[in-house]
Each structure stands twice: as C-alpha cells, then as structure tokens.
Write a protein of this length. Structure first.
Length: 266
C-alpha cells in the first residue's frame, strides 16, 4: 500500500473521526502527513502515531492556511496533496431565523477555507512542477437539501470550486477532486444520537446497503484520489453514502411506461 512513499500531504480537520482516518490512510500509503486542527490533542496524537507532524490552524484565516503549506515545504521540501477536510454543521432551523453572522461563519469554515487551501497548495505545486492532488470533503448535502441552510449552500459551493479549479489547474497536472460522505459514524453523530449503539442503528437504517459508514470508508476514497492510481481523475466528486443518494433518485423514478412521455419503444 506504500506506493506513495516519500510524498507529503496536509490534512485539515484532523481531530475529527473522518480527519483522523484520512491521516492514517495516507500514512499507510506512504505519505508523510502534516495534520492540522484547532483542537491540538487528538490531531497531534494521530500525527505522532503515524510519524507525521502537527500544526494548529484556524482555516478561516487565509494566512494560517498558507502557513500550513509553507511548513510542509520547509520541513519536507514538497507538498503532493492537501485534504481540505475541516467543517462544521453550522446553524440549523428556518432560513428566516438564520443570522448573517451564522451564515458567514459556516461559509468561512466550509467553503472559504477550501478556497484558501486550493490557492496556496496550487501555488506551491505549480512552483515545484510535479503536479499534485487537491482534495476536499464535500457532502451529500452538496447534492441534496440535507442539513442546515448555510451548510447546504456552502457544500454546493464546493462542487463548483472543484470543477472550476480542476479546469484551471489541469495544465499543471494538478488534480482537484472531492469526497462526499453520507451519514457517517463519527464522535459528532454518536453525540447527536445519544450513544454509539443508537447512532449505528439510525445510520444503518438510512443506508440502503444496511451498513454503517465509518471514517475509514471515507478515508479509502481519499487514499485513492491522492494516489497515482487516480492520475487520470479530476473534477470529480466521489459519493460514499452506502446507496443513500441512489435511493433518493429511485423515489422519484417514473412509474409509467415510456409512451406516457410520447416515447416509442425501440
């Protein structure tokens, strides 16, 4: 699994369940990882476990995101991948009750932070001339109206950012892709549902495959997209949802014969 030995990756949001899994997966593939989060304990611990380093950063501050890239280049001489994974659920409730501050805070964390990561990682990758992989955690909320209004809007924005940046950076052999988790078992969802057993029951009931998606499932998609195995993949958003999105599509599928639409069988 160490086909990417010698490469360097940055992972933001490394203190969360998905972030820690990404750090471990990339390290298993050969990457040296710079893990970052505002919460030093969990992110620092996982970085040490895999032989990487930790640097705290507030991803809503562009200069701090730029500093992560600078640190990777200074300490390791290169950056091959950045995983923009930091996020928060944001404000919930009717849109008429969402404050401007709540909206801006969620957009800053979910969308603007990824813009900063794309911008500064791309600069370093272009200067090095070796290509690279720029990745971000999107969501099924970027495909359907699942979650709070600011979060849904910001995650939809990431889809546009991926496509635009992929087109812009392709001449430099820099690939830009996203991973869209479905309902995933994390410390946050365990807390939301009142315990791990309760969370597993709810999450599996929402997955047509009847399984619980875990951080490692999301991390496997990251491992693939960061690696040379995905060298021809860019501008894509891989959905890891155990069939949730497809089930939603089936719920609105046509229930009558094609001739209902004036079509003829061929």
């Amino acid at each position: 699994m160490d086909s990417d030995k010698g490469k360097v990756a940055i992972v933001t949001g490394a203190a969360g369940g998905i972030g820690m899994a990404i750090v471990r997966r990339l390290a298993a593939g050969g990457f040296t990882v710079l893990a970052s989060d505002l919460r030093e304990g969990p992110a620092s611990d996982v970085a040490k476990d895999v032989g990487g380093i930790f640097q705290a950063a507030d991803v809503t501050v562009e200069e701090q995101v730029a500093a992560l890239v600078e640190r990777a280049v200074k300490d390791f001489g290169r950056i091959d991948a950045i995983c923009n994974n930091a996020a928060q659920a944001g404000a919930l409730g009717p849109i008429t009750d969402i404050t401007a501050d709540d909206w801006k805070r969620t957009v800053d964390i979910v969308l603007n932070s990824c813009f900063y990561g794309v911008k500064h990682a791309a600069r370093a990758m272009i200067e090095a001339g070796n290509g690279g992989a720029i990745l971000m955690t999107t969501s099924i909320s970027g495909q359907r109206a699942v979650g709070g209004h600011p979060y849904i809007a910001a995650k939809h924005g990431l889809t546009g950012l991926i496509r635009a940046a992929a087109n812009d950076l392709a001449p430099h052999r820099i690939r830009v892709n996203g991973v869209a988790p479905g309902y995933t078992l994390t410390p946050m969802t365990i807390g939301m549902f009142g315990g791990e057993d309760e969370a597993r029951q709810v999450l599996s009931s929402r997955a047509p495959l009847g399984m619980v998606i875990e951080g490692r499932d999301i991390a496997e998609a990251y491992g693939y997209l960061a690696s040379d195995a995905a060298r021809a993949v860019t501008g894509q958003n891989i959905i890891v949802d155990a069939g949730f999105m497809e089930a939603q599509s089936r719920s609105i599928s046509f229930q009558r014969d094609p001739d209902y639409l004036g079509a003829t069988a061929s």
